[in-house]
Design a protein around this ligand. Structure first.
Ligand SMILES: NC(=O)c1ccc[n+]([C@@H]2O[C@H](COP(=O)([O-])OP(=O)(O)OC[C@H]3O[C@@H](n4cnc5c(N)ncnc54)[C@H](O)[C@@H]3O)[C@@H](O)[C@H]2O)c1
Length: 266
């Protein structure tokens, strides 16, 4: 088991990549605090964890990652339940409905940046404080922060400008923060998924109703640009988020790792 008894907070753990990561972490022996805005999403992940046969110890926490009060509550509840923290996975995120930037209302811009980027600041700050405190208390010290950015943080996609800006922000936040906390044995990395089959990709994370036909059409246009010839699944991303939390990634920090079947190579 790669993560035996490590305590992890996974934001957006109710669906998609967050759920895939929760299921994989459970298999690797981690203890989990799953955060999500939607209680119904958390309930569904909880059902899958209970059926997984892993006997995983977990709690679910409903709230908004862009609210500092909610984030403080998530961390307090996690420490109260498990006594420590080892891993933070900043995964919660939203797409912006495709819109020309000159037509984008300011509130939509603000919401995209708040959920996708400010949340990473709020959660990472509390995680690092906790890791440093644990080290000072004579414990194992150190910790892992893994954020879910996107290939859209490396290459601009038209009509997704706010989303791209938020994800590019995560990549540079990761680099700068890794330099700030490296001396405390805190590794800060992010992943850049490509086209991953989740409710977000199918439109639900952008408040859109995408039909199966539209989804097939989208995949048809994307596939020629993916050297490995298929779109990705939450498990593909979960594997790398597991590796980055494991001892095998001890000497990696400040990285933005593509998981895209080769769709993005920079
Ligand atoms: N699916 C893709 O193709 C893809 C590609 C690159 C990056 N990503 C990123 O991966 C992450 C997960 O995306 P996904 O595709 O699994 O999406 P998803 O919509 O399937 O799941 C996201 C989860 O986050 C939760 N969430 C949304 N806003 C929240 C908030 N304010 N507070 C707490 N929870 C909130 C949602 O309720 C949902 O359960 C996101 O950051 C996304 O930008 C996805």
């Amino acid at each position: 088991m790669l993560l035996k008894d490590r305590v992890a907070i996974i934001t957006g753990g109710g669906r998609g990549i967050g759920r895939g990561t929760a299921l994989r972490y459970a298999k690797e022996g981690a203890k989990l605090a799953l955060v999500d805005l939607e209680q119904s999403h958390l309930d569904e992940t909880a059902k899958e964890l209970d059926a997984s046969g892993t006997g995983v110890d977990y709690i679910t926490l409903q709230g908004d990652v862009s609210s500092s009060a909610d984030v403080q509550r998530f961390f307090d509840a996690t420490i109260a339940r498990f006594g420590r923290l080892d891993i933070l996975v900043n995964n919660a995120g939203i797409g912006n409905p495709p819109v020309h930037i000159i037509d984008m209302p300011e509130e939509a811009w603000d919401r995209t940046l708040a959920v996708n980027l400010t949340s990473v600041f709020l959660c990472s700050k509390l995680a690092a404080k906790q890791f440093i405190k644990q080290g000072a208390d004579g414990g194992r010290g150190g910790g892992r922060i893994i954020s879910v950015a996107s290939q859209a943080g490396k290459t601009g996609y038209p009509f997704l400008t706010a989303y791209c800006a938020s994800k590019a922000g995560i990549i540079l936040f990761t680099q700068a923060f890794a330099k700030e906390v490296g001396a405390h044995k805190i590794n800060v990395n992010c992943v850049c998924p490509g086209t991953i089959d989740t409710p977000l990709l199918r439109g639900a994370g952008m408040g859109l109703q995408t039909s199966d036909d539209m989804f097939k059409q989208l995949i048809g246009t994307v596939l020629p640009g993916i050297p490995l010839g298929r779109i990705g699944y939450p498990e593909d991303v979960a594997k790398v988020i597991t590796f980055l939390a494991s001892d095998d990634a001890d000497y990696m920090t400040g990285q933005a790792v593509n998981i895209s079947g080769g769709q993005e190579m920079h």
